[in-house]
Ligand binder design. Sequence first.
Ligand SMILES: *Cc1c(COP(=O)(O)O)cnc(C)c1O
Length: 381
Amino acid sequence: MASDNNSVKTPDKANHKITVTSPLLPDLEEFNALLKEIWASRWITNNGSFHQRLEKELCEYLKVPFISLFTNGTLPLITSLQALRITGEVITTPYSFVATTHSLWWNGIKPVFVDIDPATGNIDPDRIEAAITPMTTAIMPVHVYGQPCDMAKIQDIADKYGLKVIYDAAHAFGVEVNGESVLNAGDVATLSFHATKVYNTIEGGALVMHDEKTKRRIDHLKNFGFVSETEVVAPGINSKMDEIRAAYGILNLRQVDEAIASRRRVADRYREALGDTEGVTFFRDIPGVRHNYSYFPIFIDAGIYGMTRDELYSKLKEHNVLGRRYFYPLISDFTTYRGLPSAAPSNLPNARKMADSVICLPMHATLGEEDVEKVVSLIRR
Ligand SMILES: *Cc1c(COP(=O)(O)O)cnc(C)c1O
């Protein structure tokens, strides 16, 4: 439904930059109409009608029982750790966006990094048990690039050791396995609706939970801990989504399926065009999984490809193709975390290899065919 009033003219074709992402924007006139409603109501935040509507519509779209909207995708991570009273050590992946580990640090929790499975990019469940100590209270996996984690195996380990599971599902909007949302796995799952994600509310996020009691507690925590006008039950935070972004989100939800279908066409073309390029590998669709095509990472084997990842990255950049090295460096390499025992390079060989070989190619719903052809012709040898 990207109508004409959304199309931005390319200012200068020669200098046209092909960016890794581009936000899904609602129709401006439709958005204006909702803004008028909001202005008329003079209710702009604090659980207004658009906020309530978006929560309801997201529950239906995502096939989840309860959801709580947030002002970004980092605060549901931080807040859920508070809500579940997670302390001590949490087992997590170094191959993610920094917010995953930062949320632990903000709660005074020690992150324990476990290596990834190179077949998926996700935490390797077979390495989790060895990282458990008497201080371990939870596991925080990430469905990286929207690739589903081995949720059954992770739950088995959590049950065996009495651990909570908090999924950072920032990349997994709409991802399903055999018709079941990945957001229903674990104790809670978080989403990011940042402008760069498959579905956005400009800035925004959400927490998915399985029961009404947790939903209530989270709703209190994201509103300073208020349960009534005069009663505060916890040191909560302010992370409420406003009416304007909720209205924007309602409109974007209507076109997200179409956006995912467009992304799929880009992924199909990349796979078709790069399938025989030696030294370049990528993930394939997994049978039974509804993918969201949130990213299109390729992995460069410099010895075979004849060029290092960084050389290809620079070459693309010189030609105005702005791929991104998600996720490089590893979170465990940042100064805050690199002193941790689990950050030792010998502990994370698969994650390091992936971080050193990855480039995420341009991937968004409005990526033109010409642009896709330009990207592949630069990579093909
Ligand atoms: C984007 C992202 C976040 C943070 O979301 P924000 O909405 O930017 O705060 C958290 N985890 C992962 C894996 C992400 O990609």
